[in-house]
Design a protein around this ligand. Structure first.
Ligand code: LMR
Length: 342
């Protein structure tokens, strides 16, 4: 340690941890464990990502015989969208599971998962994103991530996104003039632009307030994210468009991982795999439950698009938005995905 000593009596909050109190960052801990993984994320603990993080903790602590301890910091309480990737790269936290769009700056190819209508149904997801598929390779073997001290150990789902706003939206024309909050992705910007809307990137933690105060008119997310943030209380309509995907790239600080003894490396990768399976099992169910809660709450009208209506939204952006970003995503990946569209 350097000469500056931070005195911390019983670090109690995420803020204390961020200030350096109680942070061990992978060294010897005081509670018998050898390594501590601080796992930060931006959603609530009862969402598909929140629950998968808890499952990962349970598994890795068991498989490592307590040598690895996991501390989970949900709800952007330790780091949020704006600084969590920096915190991972510098080793202030050891694991994250940001949505693919959050990697746009450091690994733009990951925007592949933001392509509108990349999946028609959640059942198509596992095959299309398996580690050996074209999309999977673009993520698991991503050279930009590897060069930035970021190792991919899994891909978790939330599910398909729906559109929300105070206006009724049945066709792209209904979006004209509305401003949507987006994740920081050029693909998502193009998607809304093509539908005639404008967009602005905002951190997830700011979305509820932005909707409530009318800074933006609408947003897109799966039901579980909408309901767990109470967005339905400030949005009169949700269009069940299933127009896009939220996939989480489970990442670990490479330097931290490489320092682990082999048996603990195995404990981490096996736990990540098993937590991924668990995540897939629960994601659709949690979204369905969230949808029911929103319907029951009565604050918001749910509009289910017919196949024909959904096709109009799709035809506006596929393949034009896909082709527009082929230089970043890879023409080969786009061609392969287009082939799968039939
Ligand atoms: C969002 O920013 O809308 C989502 O990526 C949040 C999340 O992590 O599910």
């Amino acid at each position: 340690m350097g000469s500056a000593v931070i005195t911390c009596s019983a670090p109690a909050t995420a803020r204390d941890i961020k200030a350096g109190c109680g942070a061990r960052g992978g060294g010897a801990g005081g509670g018998g464990e050898d390594f501590t993984i601080k796992f930060s994320h931006v959603v609530t603990p009862d969402t598909p990502k929140g629950k998968a993080a808890e499952k990962f903790k349970e598994l890795v602590e068991k498989k490592s015989d307590g040598k690895i301890k996991v501390e989970i910091y949900p709800n952007s309480e330790l780091y949020g969208d704006e600084d969590e990737l920096q915190a991972l790269q510098s080793g202030s936290v050891q694991m994250l599971a940001p949505a693919s769009a959050k990697f746009t700056t450091i690994a733009p190819q990951l925007q592949v998962l933001d392509l509108p209508f990349i999946f028609d149904s959640v059942e198509d997801i596992p095959e299309l994103v398996s580690p050996d598929s074209d999309v999977g390779k673009a993520i698991y073997q991503n050279k930009k991530l590897a060069s930035k001290n970021v190792k991919v150990v899994g891909l978790w789902d939330n599910g398909l996104k729906q559109l929300s706003s105070n206006d009724e939206m049945r066709e792209p024309d209904d979006l004209t003039g509305l401003k949507f909050r987006i994740q920081p992705s050029d693909v998502l910007r193009s998607q809304f632009q093509t539908w005639g809307a404008s967009s602005t990137p905002l951190a997830f933690a700011e979305v509820y307030n932005a909707l409530q105060q009318g800074v933006v008119d609408g947003q897109e997310n799966p039901y579980s994210n909408i309901e767990s943030q109470n967005m339905q209380t400030v949005q009169k309509h949700i269009t069940e468009s299933n127009h896009g995907y939220i996939g989480y790239v489970l990442v670990i600080n490479t330097e931290f991982f490489d320092k682990l003894p082999d048996d603990l490396k195995d404990a981490v990768t096996e736990s990540a795999d098993e937590a991924s399976t668990y995540n897939r099992e629960i994601a659709a169910k949690l979204n369905e439950e969230a949808k029911k809660k929103i319907e029951k709450g009565g604050t918001t009208k749910l509009i289910k698009l017919s196949d024909e209506e959904r096709q109009v939204f799709k035809d506006a952006v596929v393949p034009s938005v896909w082709e527009k970003h082929a230089d970043v995503i890879g023409q080969d990946v786009i061609d392969e995905l287009l082939k799968k569209q039939g």
